[in-house]
Design a protein around this ligand. Structure first.
Ligand SMILES: [Zn+2]
Ligand SMILES: [Zn+2]
Length: 310
């Protein structure tokens, strides 16, 4: 980590991390407080959360979402009217999600946060394993990761509505968000929406990303230093996606340019984004805001059902 000498913040403990973009050398304790402080500042800078929000945190059992849960839990103690809920979406991937769900549940209950789990099976009538193993995914020509991503998002909205949540917090990091913008740009997406910024209106449950100014490696280090559990099994359906290629490119590009991800984020948001929902349309099937007649999730769900039934 390129650490040497003592922490430049407290001057007392040995530094374990060199933060290239600020020039600070931090000890474990000062590093962890700096991450909590960063999340606090991010929330206030972008107005992500309100004092009386009912916040649903989507926890996958991965280190990023558990770190977010822990940090929000701490910040929330200053806001007695705010409520926090942890929700796991179980896609039904044999052997994989059960470990994640167990970790997420144990971790949430150790913090005293109400936990709920919602499965694809219960919501849509099929599990992801079923969709892949039956050949339905191949038949409709959609990658398992895409199906999973789109339907998890829908499932989380359903869970949030059931819990009466006013906002959904996701663990997307600075890296994730810049990747998403770049992917949208590469796909020639004409109407790129902000990721993880609170957008009200259109009746949607807003989604916010309190880690939007925190680099991935710092979230990982925080999780490690805090002893946050992480899953040992990787998803059996992982494949090399365009996102992986964009991630590698950005890692390579930012290796000697510590500020690169921040300037990309700022420039994307200043130059490219269209803020607002642009058209107050809602999906004819689920009633959630969508730029199409039938939203992508509902369309995908129907195609899968047709493929499974045929
Ligand atoms: Zn220190
Ligand atoms: Zn829909």
């Amino acid at each position: 980590m390129g650490a040497a000498g003592f922490c430049t913040v407290c001057g007392e403990s040995p530094s374990i991390y060199f933060r290239r973009y600020s020039g600070e050398r931090l000890c474990a304790r000062c590093f962890c407080s700096s991450i909590v402080e960063r999340v606090r500042r991010t929330i206030s800078k972008y107005d992500l959360l309100r004092y009386d929000d009912r916040i649903v945190v989507g926890v996958s059992g991965g280190k990023d979402s558990l770190s977010l849960l822990k940090i929000l839990h701490r910040i929330e103690q200053d806001f007695p009217r705010a409520r926090l809920y942890a929700v796991t979406i179980d896609e039904g991937i044999e052997g994989y999600r059960s470990e994640c769900a167990r970790i997420a549940e144990e971790f949430s209950s150790s913090l005293g946060i109400p936990f709920a789990s919602l499965s694809f099976e219960a919501l849509f009538g099929f599990s992801l394993s079923e969709v892949v193993e039956s050949g339905a995914a191949e038949k409709i020509g959609v990658q398992p990761c895409t199906i999973c991503g789109v339907l998890r998002r829908k499932a989380l909205v359903i869970a949030a509505r059931r819990l009466g949540a006013t906002v959904i917090a996701t663990a997307h990091t600075l890296d994730d968000i810049v990747q998403t913008y770049l992917l949208n740009l590469l796909k020639g997406e004409g109407n790129i929406k902000p990721v993880g910024l609170r957008r009200e209106g259109g009746g949607a449950v807003p989604r916010v990303a309190p880690f939007r100014l925190t680099p991935q490696r710092e979230v990982a280090l925080y999780a490690y230093l805090q002893g946050i559990p992480f899953q040992t099994i990787t998803c059996p359906y992982t494949h090399t996606s365009m996102r992986d290629r964009v991630r590698s490119f950005l890692n390579w590009y930012s290796a000697n340019r510590p500020e690169a991800l921040y300037s990309l984020l700022n420039n994307f948001e200043r130059l490219i984004l269209r803020v607002g929902y642009g058209g107050e349309r809602v999906c004819e099937v689920c009633g959630e805001p969508s730029s199409r007649k039938v939203c992508r999730a509902c369309e995908l769900e129907q195609r899968i059902k047709d493929a499974l039934g045929a």
